[in-house]
Design a protein. Structure first.
Length: 137
């Protein structure tokens, strides 16, 4: 008997840290460092508008004369994140992330942010699935 593929709800980070669109990149870096995360959903008046990654920040900061304290998240975030539901299958979400080279998936339920699923979460799921599988020699 085979087991069904779990949903990402089992592995996602519930209620992820977020950042306001009008915050500075310096503040975003501080939040990422404090909470050991690499992705922050971006909100504008409480509404999800995109995702900010540590790579986005590094790219903007690599430009000449950029001061992270003066640049707003609005100028660095990605406005089209991959959004999925908590009931999406692990294989479906991982396949989409692989196909498009996404570092994370935003998880919404009825247009409300409920989680984030990163490649680290995918590795945790893989590890769990490998542990639960009994390989016969």
């Amino acid at each position: 008997m085979s087991k069904s593929i779990p949903t990402i709800q089992k592995y996602m980070t519930v209620l992820p840290h977020t950042i306001g669109i009008d915050q500075s990149l310096a503040f975003a870096e501080k939040v990422m460092s404090q909470y050991h995360v690499r992705h922050l959903p971006v909100l504008d008046a409480g509404r999800l508008v995109g995702i900010l990654s540590d790579r986005d920040i590094r790219l903007v900061e690599s430009f000449k004369d950029v001061e992270a304290e003066k640049v707003k998240v609005e100028e660095a975030y990605s406005p089209d994140p991959y959004i999925t539901k908590p009931t999406a299958s692990l294989s479906e979400v991982c396949s989409e992330m692989i196909r498009n080279k996404y570092g994370c998936a935003i998880v919404e339920d009825h247009h409300k942010l409920v989680g984030i699923f990163t490649w680290i979460d995918a590795l945790k799921a893989f590890s769990d699935l490998m542990e639960s599988t009994r390989f016969k020699h």
